[in-house]
Design a protein around this ligand. Structure first.
Ligand code: EPZ
Length: 432
């Protein structure tokens, strides 16, 4: 049964929220975990749908997966009996492609259904395949499957044509068990690249330079057991920072690495919000209407595309005219129509959104078009006058753990209801 969020806006969010582990590094790390035949323990795992789908997929090819608790899992890859993955579920998550790099590195062979994921643009995987081929593998796409095979993998010098998070991680996975040395140039520098590299190194890989644009990998013949804790999710944290500012609240966001949040912090400060940094927390507060600015999404350490919808939503409430340029994915303004129905004034021209700030939103029944846009619309509902209902929240559940519970603990009036729960809707409206 589909669920929806119902909200009554107008409550400034106040209090403390604890951020979960980073979804996008956890996906790479789970794939990497099957590369050893020894048992790997992963902690601070976010309990979200994409992670559970990937765990099911590795179970499906025979890996042993023991869920110690909601945030801790033990994985043993010695029982894997298949290198082909073709489930409907796996097509729904983008990161299924990491199983290509992991299986190719370990078994020199893999077949994985072509990745799907959020519909935010054309999302090719040519750079992943270019990397595998440079390592000596064949890589073909047939009948919706990506097939890759090598007699042996040999280290190589790879220059990425575009800065790609997925391609960087995938090539790193395959190359860490290739013969000899691989250099990836023009590599992505996102914190999740560093997290996956640190995890692989803790299993005995030899990866240097992760976090810079040149990654050097010396192949090893085997990887071993490890225990590892995933870094905090900078996009979940950024979303709560925006929620604090948008509702004119005061929130301490705990279990974060403030350095990872700088692109968002700097913009918030620029438009007038207050941001205080602590060792592993940030406090965001604001009591007045914020100002306008210009934003362009860029690979890390630039402003993250995964924060673009949330920031655009905030700028829609700010004074003056802002422009937001989306330079990573061409289809990431799909929430604009929904936000306009709440009163926002946004005009999209190509990859630029021109946002004329309005003093407030009004509640409406809207649909989440994808993960981050969905989260932005929920925050809009927490600001809006009256009742907002957001459906298709399955997208939000892909990447935000217990989103409604965390918001409720900050004072938000929000409930998760089944889409046909009319009585629940009436009850919420009466109580709110
Ligand atoms: C990762 O996607 C994230 N997903 C995305 O998070 C995130 O938006 C994106 O990186 C950018 O930061 C995961 O980590 C699972 P890319 P990915 O390869 O790896 C082009 C979220 O909301 N490109 O860095 O698919 C591509 O079209 C999600 O959590 C090629 O041309 O992104 C894009 O313009 C959504 N050829 C740019 O590179 C390729 O072979 C960056 O994409 C690969 C990518």
């Amino acid at each position: 049964m589909e669920n929806q969020y119902i909200m009554k806006g107008g409550v400034p969010l106040k209090g403390e929220v604890t951020i979960s582990g980073m979804k996008n590094s956890a996906l790479g790390i789970i794939a990497a975990a099957i590369m050893t035949d020894e048992t790997v323990t992963i902690d601070n795992l976010p309990n979200v749908r994409d992670i559970n789908v990937l765990l099911d997929a590795i179970k499906g090819i025979g890996a042993t997966v023991v869920r110690v608790d909601d945030h801790k899992v033990r994985i043993n890859g010695s029982t894997i009996s298949d290198v082909a993955i073709d489930y409907d579920a796996i097509r729904r998550i983008r990161a299924s492609y990491y199983l290509l790099g992991a299986l190719l590195g370990k078994y020199k062979e893999a077949s994985v259904a072509l990745p799907g994921g959020c519909d935010i643009g054309s999302r090719p995987i040519d750079q992943h395949l270019k990397g595998f081929r440079a390592l000596g593998a064949t890589a073909t796409v047939e009948y919706g499957m990506v097939n890759t095979y090598a007699d042996e993998l040999t280290g190589s010098h790879i220059y990425l044509d575009v800065v790609s998070v997925g391609a960087t991680i995938n090539i790193m996975l395959a190359a860490c068990m290739a013969n000899g040395r691989t250099v990836i140039e023009n590599a992505a520098k996102e914190p999740h690249i560093v997290d996956v590299a640190n995890f692989l190194n803790s299993m005995g890989a030899s990866i240097k330079g992760a976090g810079t644009d040149k990654i050097r990998i010396n192949g090893v013949s085997r990887l071993h057991a490890t225990e590892y804790s995933i870094v905090p999710d900078m996009i979940e944290a950024g979303t709560f920072m925006i929620a604090a500012a948008a509702t004119k609240g005061d929130v301490i966001i705990k279990n974060v690495i403030p350095k990872h949040l700088e692109a968002t912090s700097v913009k918030l400060i620029e438009i007038g919000a207050k941001v205080e940094e602590f060792d592993d927390a940030v406090r965001v507060y604001s009591s007045s209407r914020l100002g306008h600015t210009q934003i362009k999404t860029l690979p890390y350490p630039g402003f993250p595309t995964d924060m673009q919808p949330q920031m655009s939503m905030l700028l829609s409430l700010s004074e003056g005219t802002s422009t937001v340029t989306e330079s990573i994915f061409e289809n990431r303004f799909k929430y604009v129509d929904e936000l306009s129905r709440m009163g926002a004034k946004i005009k999209v021209e190509g990859n630029v959104a021109i946002i004329e700030g309005v003093p407030g939103f009004t509640g409406a029944a809207i649909t989440a078009p994808d993960l981050r846009a969905g989260a932005a619309l929920v925050v809009a509902g927490l600001v809006a006058d009256g009742i907002t209902i957001v459906d298709s929240i399955k997208y939000i559940e892909r990447g935000y753990e217990a989103f409604e519970d965390k918001l409720k603990a900050l004072g938000a009036k929000i409930e998760k209801l089944a889409v046909d729960d009319e009585r629940g809707v009436q009850k919420f409206k009466m109580m709110a």
